[in-house]
Design a protein around this ligand. Structure first.
Ligand SMILES: Nc1ncnc2c1ncn2[C@@H]1O[C@H](COP(=O)(O)OP(=O)(O)OP(=O)(O)O)[C@@H](O)[C@H]1O
Length: 246
């Protein structure tokens, strides 16, 4: 069996006349966390959708393991409570209702949402919904997780707590992650490699290796993280400047 969770070569995609991806090469190894950063609207979510098979590329190839997707809009099912939304991928995989609900309840407890397990999505705040959506993606136990701005709507403390929680889960059970984020520090703290995209149509303009030890042991003040943040930031600036109209 191949040791790649995802391999994309020369990936092209357009929405009608709008070219969005312009020949993307991307690899995610088994157990590797790769972050995607790039200017707003460059095509990051589109790339995740291709990785999960929700869209077919216009050109090139993509080969990925079955993925759990956390989309940017939470897309919770409004007729299920928070617990059953989290339990959904387990139910789809054949887990009995009682066991699936117990697992979902445990996950909700871990992120401070235990008391909201029986709440409908429309009774939850945006940040709560985002956490439920995150747990639903993680609960599916797929080898590849595609996370689109998973912590974007959260306050700084909750964001940090969830980042630690994810790093701990990944240390316990190795999974591959493709993480879209606008937060350069988050990318440096979680990823082993950060792939920098140009403005639309997206091309890969740089890849930054983060050599800072396991994610669960990293802190924002580590010299390697501070240096990585600067490198990613500069690569983003270069990408944006190169893509800007003259
Ligand atoms: N289904 C669609 N139909 C038409 N255009 C689309 C569709 N999905 C995305 N687009 C367009 O494709 C471009 C890339 O969108 P995408 O959401 O992939 O970018 P992004 O990098 O994830 O953006 P952001 O950082 O703002 O979340 C945008 O111009 C968007 O308007």
């Amino acid at each position: 069996m191949s040791t790649a969770a995802l391999t994309a070569r020369g990936l092209r995609h357009a929405f009608g006349p709008l070219p969005v991806l312009d020949g993307i090469d991307l690899d995610v190894a088994d157990g590797e966390v790769v972050a995607l950063v790039g200017p707003s609207g460059c095509g990051k979510s589109t790339l995740l959708e291709l990785a999960c098979g929700l869209q077919q590329p216009d050109g090139g190839s993509i080969d990925a393991r079955p993925a759990g997707l956390m989309p940017q809009r939470d897309l919770l099912l409004p007729w299920l409570d928070a617990r059953d939304n989290v339990a959904l991928p387990l139910r789809v995989a054949g887990t009995a209702r009682r066991e699936a609900r117990a697992t979902a309840q445990g996950l909700l407890d871990h992120v401070g949402l235990g008391a909201f397990a029986r709440s409908a999505p429309d009774a939850l705040s945006g940040g709560m919904r985002q956490r439920v959506s995150f747990l639903r993606a993680v609960a599916g136990d797929r080898d590849l997780l595609c996370l689109d701005e998973p912590f974007g709507a959260l306050d700084a403390i909750t964001r940090e707590a969830l980042r630690h929680w994810l790093a701990d889960r990944l240390a316990e059970r190795s999974r591959s992650v493709l993480l879209v984020t606008h937060d350069v520090e988050e990318a440096a703290l979680l990823a082993e490699r950060v792939v920098v995209l140009s403005p639309r149509p997206a091309r890969v303009t740089a890849t930054v290796a983060i050599d800072a030890g396991p994610a669960r042991d990293r802190t924002a003040t580590d010299a390697a993280i501070v240096a990585a943040r600067r490198t990613i930031h500069e690569a983003l600036q270069t990408a944006i400047a190169a893509g800007a109209p003259a």
